[in-house]
Design a protein around this ligand. Structure first.
Ligand SMILES: *Cc1c(COP(=O)(O)O)cnc(C)c1O
Length: 334
C-alpha cells in the first residue's frame, strides 16, 4: 500500500489525543474512550482539518489561488477551510445555505474574522451553486479550486485512512469493541471503513446518521460504499465493500439536521459536566446521544470498551443559545 504520491500538507497537530473518559464511563457502565479530533488546532479544530491536508495540498500542487466550498451557515467544514485558506494565502469563497442572519454568531462569526467571501444560497446548502461561482471566478482570471461539500471526496476520505493508522499506533493493546462517530457527508465514514480493513482493526464501526435526506430514504449508504471503494483504488488496493459491512444508524435523526432535542441536550450536558469536554449541537451531541442510548438499551453490553470519535464542532454552540438547555447552570446569589 503506497499512496505517498499525494500532496499532503500539514495544517493541524497530530496525533490527536486518545483519552479515557473515567467519569462518563462510570456513569454509563461502559469503558468509554475518546479520540480528540476537536483538538486538531486549526481555528478550533475538527475532523475537516485532516481532509483539508490532502485536498488543499492538491489545490496548491495544481497552482490554484482561490478555493470555493459550501455548507450550512454553521458549517465547521467551511470555517476550517477558511482558516486553512488564510494560512495558505488562498482566496476563499464560501457558499452558505439560507440567508444572511442579522447577527453573525458561532462559525459564521469566525468565517468573517478569517476574511473569506461569503455568498448566501437560500435553499442550496449543499453546494448546488458551486459551478456558477466557479465560472465567474474563472472569468475574473482566478484559478479556482473546488473543495467538495464536507470535504468528502477520495482525498478527504484518504485522510481518515491515515487517521486509523494513527489510532492503531496509539491504541495498541486496547482492542475497542466499537467505534462510534457522527456521519454526515460520508468522507469520514468511508475513510474509517477502509482504514479499518487495511489496518486489520476489529472494532465494529458505527456511524450515527446526522442528516436526513430530503427524499426520506437512507441517503448515504451507497455513496459511502462507492467512496470507500474509490479511495481504496487510490491506495493501490482493490478493496470492495458490501452493504452489510456498513453501519449507518438512522435512529437518532430527531427533528432533523441541526435541531437540538432532549437527547442531544442530555448528551452535551453529561459530557460537559462529567468530563469538562464540549460536544457540538449538530454532530457530536447527536452521536453521543446515540451511544448513550445504545448503552442504556443493551445494544452495547455493560463493560464494553468503546471509542467515541470527537469530530469537533463546538464553535457552533455559540449560535445555539436558543436551543440548548441552559437550565443546567446553577446561577445563584452569593
Ligand atoms: C463534518 C462533520 C462531521 C461529519 O463528517 P463527514 O465526513 O461529513 O461525514 C461530524 N462532526 C463534525 C463536527 C463535523 O463538522
Amino acid at each position: 500500500m503506497d499512496y505517498q504520491q499525494f500532496d499532503k500538507i500539514s495544517l493541524g497537530f497530530f496525533p490527536t489525543p486518545l483519552v479515557k473518559l473515567s467519569r462518563l464511563s462510570q456513569a454509563l457502565g461502559c469503558e468509554i474512550w475518546m479520540k480528540r479530533d476537536d483538538m486538531t488546532g486549526l481555528a478550533f479544530g475538527g475532523n475537516k482539518t485532516r481532509k483539508l491536508e490532502y485536498i488543499l495540498g492538491d489545490a496548491l500542487a495544481k497552482g490554484c489561488d482561490t478555493i470555493i466550498t459550501a455548507g450550512a451557515a454553521q458549517s465547521n467544514h467551511c470555517r476550517q477551510s477558511a482558516a486553512a485558506a488564510a494560512q495558505l494565502n488562498l482566496e476563499c469563497h464560501l457558499i452558505l445555505g439560507g440567508k444572511q442572519p442579522e447577527k453573525a454568531e458561532g462559525n459564521l462569526l469566525l468565517d468573517n474574522l478569517l476574511g473569506c467571501h461569503i455568498h448566501w444560497a437560500g435553499e442550496n446548502r449543499k453546494g448546488e451553486d458551486i459551478p456558477t461561482l466557479y465560472q465567474q471566478l474563472l472569468a475574473q482570471g482566478k484559478k479556482p479550486y473546488i473543495v467538495p461539500y464536507g470535504g468528502s471526496n477520495e482525498l478527504g476520505a484518504l485522510a481518515f485512512v491515515d487517521a486509523v493508522a494513527e489510532l492503531a499506533r496509539q491504541s495498541q493493546g486496547l482492542a475497542f469493541s466499537r467505534l462510534i462517530f457522527a456521519s454526515s457527508s460520508g468522507g469520514t465514514h468511508a475513510g474509517l471503513m477502509l482504514g479499518k480493513r487495511l489496518f486489520n482493526q476489529t472494532f465494529e464501526l458505527i456511524g450515527i446518521n446526522i442528516d436526513k435526506d430530503e427524499s426520506g430514504q437512507l441517503p448515504f449508504d451507497a455513496h459511502i460504499l462507492a467512496l470507500a471503494k474509490q479511495t481504496a483504488k487510490m491506495t493501490g488496493t482493490e478493496e470492495t465493500f458490501s452493504p452489510d459491512e456498513l453501519i449507518l444508524n438512522a435512529s437518532y435523526l430527531g427533528a432533523g439536521y441541526g435541531v437540538v432535542g432532549a437527547a442531544e441536550n442530555e448528551a452535551i450536558a453529561l459530557t460537559a459536566q462529567l468530563e469538562g469536554i464540549l460536544l457540538d449541537p449538530v454532530y457530536t451531541g447527536r452521536a453521543m446521544a446515540g451511544l448513550i442510548d445504545m448503552i442504556r438499551t443493551g445494544e452495547i453490553l455493560p463493560g464494553e470498551k468503546v471509542l467515541f470519535w470527537h469530530t469537533g464542532g463546538a464553535p457552533s454552540l455559540f449560535a445555539y443559545t436558543g436551543q440548548l438547555d441552559l437550565t443546567q447552570g446553577k446561577n445563584q446569589a452569593i
